[in-house]
Design a protein around this ligand. Sequence first.
Ligand code: G1P
Length: 290
Amino acid sequence: MMKPVKKAVFPVGGMGTRFLPATKAVPKEMLPVVDRPLLQYAVDEALAAGIEQMIFVTARGKGALEDYFDIAGELVATLKERGKQAELAVLDETQLAPGQIAYVRQQEPAGLGHAVWCARHITGDEPFAVLLPDELLWNPGDPCLAQMVRARNEVGGTVIAVMEVPEEETHRYGIVDPGATKGALTEVRGFVEKPKAGTAPSRLAAVGRYLIEPECMAILAEGKRGAGGEIQLTDALAQLIGRQPFHAFTYAGARFDCGDKAGHVTANIALSLERADIGPAVRAWLKANI
Ligand code: G1P
């Protein structure tokens, strides 16, 4: 019987150099989109897909992440004293259960594959999800990971979320060599990390959501270096092709690359326009100024 995916790995060790100087003191995953840190969106997406345990692969300087998911005792007491029910409800709704989060530390920046491998003792022999919080995949009615879990229930094996990107951007992503397509699922014949310009096998790019079988960890353990001299998740996954079912899932919904300044600002605009409290003011400003 196929094991359900109950654990998710969030690689959150990156230095966030594209957001300096803010990231000197604030982890990039804590940068807000409207009023929630980026990481909260990824955690909400995982919860909506039935994930029960969150594993954060952190690094030096990421203490704010642990504080964020803790109970802010003094703050809660003060809000209660002042009768601030709405604010208390916000804290409540973002509070995870005791023990629902585990932290492991990536001791050196050796790549995404290395970060995922750091979680191996917690994922054990179970399948797991990987969510890159920089990628804000926004579909509140039917979040990406939940769509992927449904797809995996049909086909089993590895499922990675993809979207079409322009040809000139393929060198920034893991790109799929596609086989047969049925609905949103495409068989994966090859998977290449950051192909050189003009060599990409398609325009189907991995967008930071993966459902992975435990066998991937043994491949990552070999520590082979790939693009950029780093241990790449893409390369380890590529080795599973032909050994297990492996599909690309074309995600239906909005995507904001919040690892990029323009993407992050755009996400703030798009999500604020959807909000009843601040949407009208933002819309009015845009109308008057653009
Ligand atoms: C990582 C992955 C890449 C994927 C991308 C999505 O790259 O290695 O395969 O397409 O995330 O954002 P990074 O952006 O960390 O260099």
